[in-house]
Design a protein around this ligand. Structure first.
Ligand code: MF3
Ligand code: CO
Length: 249
């Protein structure tokens, strides 16, 4: 299937989804404290999504059981909220959420420190967020997906961290995962060219140690193979004539 080109009207709808999702994640970020469980975050997210008049995008997706993915420390992505997972001072937790309003999806993730974290953890979070910023800077009509991936890779690797290969960003719109796939590594000038109206979920996953990951017995939770810390940030962005609009900002 070809990559969808969205009209200005469709992008305006996706911005509504993005803004509502941003509101949900802002509330979750506020709620992150030592002693809170990831199921507490899940329940808060469910309430906030309903209050926004939105439908959760993750729950039921390939039988995923929750509206959030909550991935702590060496967990990379797709951690399942649980009453048994208590956040502790010094943890970092990735909170990933998606929702649908009026048929249009938004997808957004942040990694949040729990209380005071180590200097290495703080540097990993800052670097991963900066790598997403560099990707967003690279998004404009005529740029290639290789330009976007290379922008992420350069920031993460210059800091001595590594890029996860097994999971990638994606086009988004009427479905959560549309074409194209968006790797967080690449060669400038290679890959398909971006066009005005494409909408992309860009989501670098950066490990403090080696890039390899494995999936736990629950069939979902991806963890670093070497047990190192991992961080994940995501925005939904629309390619516009002048560059791009971050719909989840
Ligand atoms: N935000 C993720 C993604 O972009 C999570 C979706 S997996 C789900 O692919 F099963 F939780 F929905
Ligand atoms: Co995504």
């Amino acid at each position: 299937m070809a990559i969808a080109i969205r009209t200005a009207k469709e992008i305006a709808k996706m911005r509504r989804s993005g803004e509502a999702l941003r509101g949900v994640l802002d509330a979750l970020r506020e709620a992150v404290k030592p002693g809170v469980t990831t199921l507490d975050l899940e329940k808060l997210a469910e309430a906030k999504i309903a209050a926004a008049g939105a439908v959760a995008a993750f729950k039921g997706y390939h039988d995923y059981p929750c509206v959030l993915c909550t991935s702590i420390n060496s967990e990379v992505v797709h951690g399942i909220p649980s009453a048994k997972r208590v956040l502790r001072e010094g943890d970092v937790v990735s909170i990933d959420c998606g929702l649908i309003i009026d048929g249009y999806y938004a997808d957004y993730a942040v990694t949040v420190p729990v209380g005071k974290v180590s200097d290495e953890a703080a540097r990993l979070l800052a670097t991963t967020e900066q790598s997403l910023g560099a990707a967003i800077e690279a998004v404009r009509p005529g740029a290639t997906l290789g330009d976007v991936g290379a922008a992420v890779q350069k920031v993460a690797e210059a800091a001595g961290f590594s890029i996860v290969r097994e999971f990638v960003g994606h086009g988004i719109g009427r479905q959560m995962h549309e074409e194209p796939q968006i790797p967080n590594y690449g060669v400038p000038g290679q890959g398909i060219r971006l066009r005005e109206g494409m909408v992309l979920a860009i989501e670098p996953m950066v490990n403090a140690g080696k890039h390899a990951v494995r999936v736990l017995e629950d069939g979902w939770t991806a963890v670093t193979a070497d047990g190192s810390l991992s961080a994940h940030f995501e925005h939904t962005v629309a390619v516009r004539a002048e560059g791009c609009d971050v719909l989840t900002a």
